[in-house]
Design a protein around this ligand. Structure first.
Ligand SMILES: *Cc1c(COP(=O)(O)O)cnc(C)c1O
Length: 380
């Protein structure tokens, strides 16, 4: 199966093969793997001088919860900038943790507005931290990280960046303007298997955060302390996942780093979009705010079924029978579905997917012949 989803994703054979061994969690060999993992994660966002990587067992949300729990003190206040479900989730986690939290919402199709954020921060001195989702996987929208980071720095607050679906592909530099914490997981643009979440955190800030977490397992400060003290994880580590993630990070290097990976995703996205447009589908977002990570399409108003109605579940099943797993939409306001562009997938996978969809539409000819030259776009 080719997974065209927001994760878990299609992985390389070498990544899966890296798991075919057992490791003792306290053994030096495994401690070296963990150190390798932590070093590479910090390097990706250029934090060697200022930041440390703290992996934690679990899915991405575990890192969000651990970071908010550990970095926010009882008297701190978080402002969440939200234009999708992951912004909402960040706010709801902070709320459940009993932290002060304010949420500023924008429509799902609009970027966060940095100037508006500045006004809010100037007005409310109680806000100590700002939460931003880099690529809102709900729609595939890219938020203006540089502008928001600049403003948060200017007014001397801390930026917590959920970079779950951008880390490893879209460039993030924690140095200037500084980002206090960047969060992601093993199974998105890093193209590893699921099981590890992590945060790359400002070391100075983290060292001042020992008293905050009321959770035992989601205490990022203690987790970090143990890595520094013994090189070990506090509780049973997902040893095979660590090995697979290190191999996935080596594969990222072999590919040419985040820039080369982004270029491949960009090509995937562009083939997909051109082909889907030629078949009459419409992208939900304005292309100017779209990241080449996951595409949201509006459900077509007509479909060659008995009653002319498009049903996602039937479409999903038909595409799955031909080897591709796509994803439902997550918007309540519009009928949509999503197709991911990330993972170990490339041009030929998208050309094949477009042939499959064209077949479903009853087109006599797949769209790839027409989209290959890129001059037949705009079928909508
Ligand atoms: C995937 C994702 C998460 C975390 O989701 P999990 O299911 O816990 O891995 C958080 N934020 C964003 C933007 C994501 O894409």
């Amino acid at each position: 199966m080719i997974l065209l989803t927001p994760g878990p994703l299609t992985t390389r054979l070498s990544t899966r093969q890296a798991m075919l061994a057992d490791w003792g969690s306290r053994d030096g060999t495994f401690a070296a793997l963990t150190a390798n993992l932590r070093d590479r994660l910090v390097q990706i966002v250029h934090g060697e001088k200022t930041h440390v990587a703290v992996p934690i067992q679990g899915s991405g949300t575990f890192a969000v919860e651990a970071v908010l729990q550990t970095l926010l003190g009882r008297d701190d206040k978080l402002l969440v900038l939200s234009n999708g479900v992951y912004g909402e989730r960040m706010a709801s986690i902070a709320h459940r943790l009993g932290r002060k939290v304010e949420i500023r919402r924008w429509p799902h199709s609009s970027q966060v507005e940095a100037q508006e954020v500045k006004a809010m921060l100037v007005r409310d001195a109680a806000i100590t931290h700002v939460g931003l989702v880099h690529c809102e996987t709900t729609t595939g929208l890219l938020n203006p990280l540089a502008q928001v980071a600049e403003i948060v720095t200017e007014v001397k607050r801390h930026l917590i960046l959920d970079a779950m679906s951008s880390f490893g592909a879209i460039d993030i530099d924690v140095r200037e303007p500084p980002i206090s914490a960047v969060l992601s997981s093993s199974n998105k643009c890093l193209e590893g298997v699921p099981g590890i979440a992590f945060a790359v955190v400002d070391k100075e800030l983290l060292s001042r955060s020992s008293a905050n977490s009321s959770s035992t397992s989601l205490d990022l400060h203690l987790q970090w302390q143990e890595f520094e003290r013994s090189g070990q994880w506090r509780f049973t580590p997902p040893v095979q996942v660590v090995a697979a993630t290190v191999e996935a990070l080596e594969a990222l290097d072999r590919e040419g780093g985040p820039q080369a990976r982004l270029a491949r995703y960009q090509e995937n996205f562009s083939i997909l979009l051109t082909g889907m447009k030629a078949l009459g589908f419409r992208l939900y977002l304005d292309e100017s705010v779209q990241a080449p990570i996951i595409a949201t399409f509006r459900s077509p108003e007509f479909w060659p079924s008995r009653d002319g109605v498009f049903r996602f579940d039937d479409f999903y099943a038909a595409v799955a029978r031909r080897g591709f797993l796509i994803y439902p939409g997550k918007l309540t306001s519009d009928e949509t579905f999503r197709i991911g562009c990330i993972g170990n997938v490339s041009k030929s996978d998208f050309e094949e997917l477009l042939r499959v969809i064209a077949d479903l539409l009853g087109a006599s000819e797949g769209p790839t012949g027409r989209t290959g030259s890129g001059d037949q776009a705009g079928g909508d």
